[in-house]
Design a protein around this ligand. Sequence first.
Ligand SMILES: O=C(C1CCC1)N1C[C@@H]2C[C@H]3C[C@@H](O)[C@@H](O)[C@]2(C1)O3
Length: 130
Amino acid sequence: EEQEEDVLRELRLFLRNLTERLMVDRRFKAFTKPVDIEEVPDYLMVIQKPMDLSTLLYNIDEHKYVTVDEFLSDADLIWQNALEYNPDRDPADRHIRHRACALKDTMRVIIRDELDKDFQRICEEIRESR
Ligand SMILES: O=C(C1CCC1)N1C[C@@H]2C[C@H]3C[C@@H](O)[C@@H](O)[C@]2(C1)O3
């Protein structure tokens, strides 16, 4: 009903604001766009589900997410893929993994500090009802 659409509009606003704050953080620049498959031809042989911050924004506008956990399942792919594709001891890989860990922690701290627990539960009840 209409009240449910009001809740989902507010969820999309929260998720867009979160994603936009990550996109403008200079540490996360490598995560803002899909990995360039022409630049990295073997990427899709290693990574089954590519994800990036611009794709998260597109998905939000396509009403893909009804709960924060559904959003986090996709958002977590960004840093998980980075850890998986860049595992080596060399400084470049270590730099990417450091930023991937910062992305993981930053997302979760913002959600813990700024998402109302009752609001999250209402989203989950909408998801269960559909
Ligand atoms: O995993 C990633 C991104 C970093 C976080 C996501 N890439 C795979 C390639 C390996 C490394 C070297 C660069 O040439 C560049 O192509 C990539 C992009 O970084």
